[in-house]
Ligand binder design. Structure first.
Ligand code: KG4
Ligand code: ZN
Length: 344
């Protein structure tokens, strides 16, 4: 197909937390490569991300991962038009590695630089595979964030709800830790819940407030007190008292049903307030969850809306979404300079 404008090639770099990622995106040909190193094995023994270890690992991996992404696209730095990098929000030490590397590369090869907000990356990640009509509703649920947005256009969005405390993925991770299950908690909770058919055994509290905001820290406390009531947790010793595998599966299942109910409730509330929306997208690490996807997809079907969910590799942290957002920001002329930092 003939194009009036030459394609722009954007290298995306993502180091906001515990993944070192780089990807190359071409305006007309889409994603050319996508490289990632996950630190999950490094943090597993601690039951969560240890910031100092995360930034040290980012330092080790940034150069080989960027090289890998360029090689995967059969390109070298001079072929790139734009370098896009996640500059906020995230762990400061981890973010600095990506931002300093991107600046150095841009300086050395005289390339344009774009700063990308990590949350904007997630919010537009479903565009890597789909054309989603504007305006639409976006639910982002990850380990660090849980928010609702009205997406009006590329780069134009309004936050209409957000978590007041923990993120949904954080709740899965913390409750998994409480149950002595491995990190990250989301996938293992989904696996256990499937064993007992995604039933609601314990009826944990759903958010009832009439707002579009979320709150998940109370859910963790509710699970903890329920475990104590069932004699499965010693509050004084702060330890689990050998609960049966069945009880763990029942907790996981009740938790998943509860979170799906909360999400469904928020979508319904948002749709009532913004009835003009044309579609819904569900993104972030928690969107890997097949049960929650099915629940939200059924809700959308009942409401004659289409649900767009990225493939799992684009739900969890990745650089493809950063390259995509960087590419349209460059198109819009929204370049950064060497003063780009992790605070503003
Ligand atoms: O997007 P992401 O990789 O990182 C952040 O930006 O936070 O999300 C990681 C989160 C973790 O909390 C993890 O437990 C959760 O996503 N997660 C899941 C599933 N896979 C990952 N939660 C529920 N079900 C899953 N299958
Ligand atoms: Zn993320």
């Amino acid at each position: 197909m003939a194009h009036t404008t030459p394609g722009r090639i954007t290298l995306g770099i993502e180091t906001s937390c515990d993944e070192t990622a780089a990807a190359v995106y071409h305006t007309h040909n889409g994603l050319l490569s996508n490289a990632l190193f996950s630190q999950v094995e490094l943090h597993k023994q601690f039951g969560g991300v240890v910031p100092e270890l995360a930034s040290r690992s980012q330092l080790e991996k940034i150069e080989p991962i960027v090289r890998h992404a360029l090689e995967g696209a059969h390109l070298s730095p001079p072929d790139i038009d734009v370098i896009a990098v996640t500059h906020k929000p995230g762990l400061p030490g981890s973010l600095l590695v990506g931002v300093c590397f991107a600046k150095a590369l841009a300086w050395a090869h005289n390339k344009k630089l774009v700063g990308v907000n990590h949350l904007e990356g997630h919010a537009f990640s479903a565009f890597l595979e789909h054309t989603i009509p504007f305006e639409h509703l976006c639910l982002t649920a990850s380990g660090g964030h849980t928010s609702l947005y009205i997406i009006r256009d590329f780069g134009v969005y309004e936050t209409i709800g957000t978590t007041q405390d923990d993120a949904a993925g954080e709740a899965f991770d913390k409750i998994a830790k409480l149950l002595a299950l491995p990190y990250p908690g989301g996938p293992v909770i989904e696996r256990l819940a499937a064993e007992v058919n995604f039933q609601d055994f314990f009826g944990y509290p759903r958010a009832t407030a009439h707002s579009l905001d979320f709150s998940f820290s109370g859910l963790k406390t509710a699970v903890l007190y329920d475990l104590i009531k069932r004699g499965a947790y010693d509050m004084r010793a702060k330890q689990l008292l050998n609960p049966s595998a069945e009880l763990k599966a029942q907790v996981a299942s009740s938790l998943l049903v509860c979170v799906a109910d909360i999400f469904e409730q928020k979508l319904a509330r948002a749709y009532a307030r913004y009835p003009h929306i044309k579609a819904v997208s569900f993104v972030g690490g928690v969107a890997c969850n097949k049960y929650i996807r099915q629940r939200l997809s059924a809700w959308c079907e009942r409401n004659k809306l289409t649900l767009y969910v990225p493939r799992p590799a684009y739900c969890t942290d990745n650089a493809a979404m950063i390259a995509f957002v960087g590419n349209y920001k460059a198109q819009q002329g929204l370049y950064a300079d060497m003063t780009l930092d992790i605070l503003k």
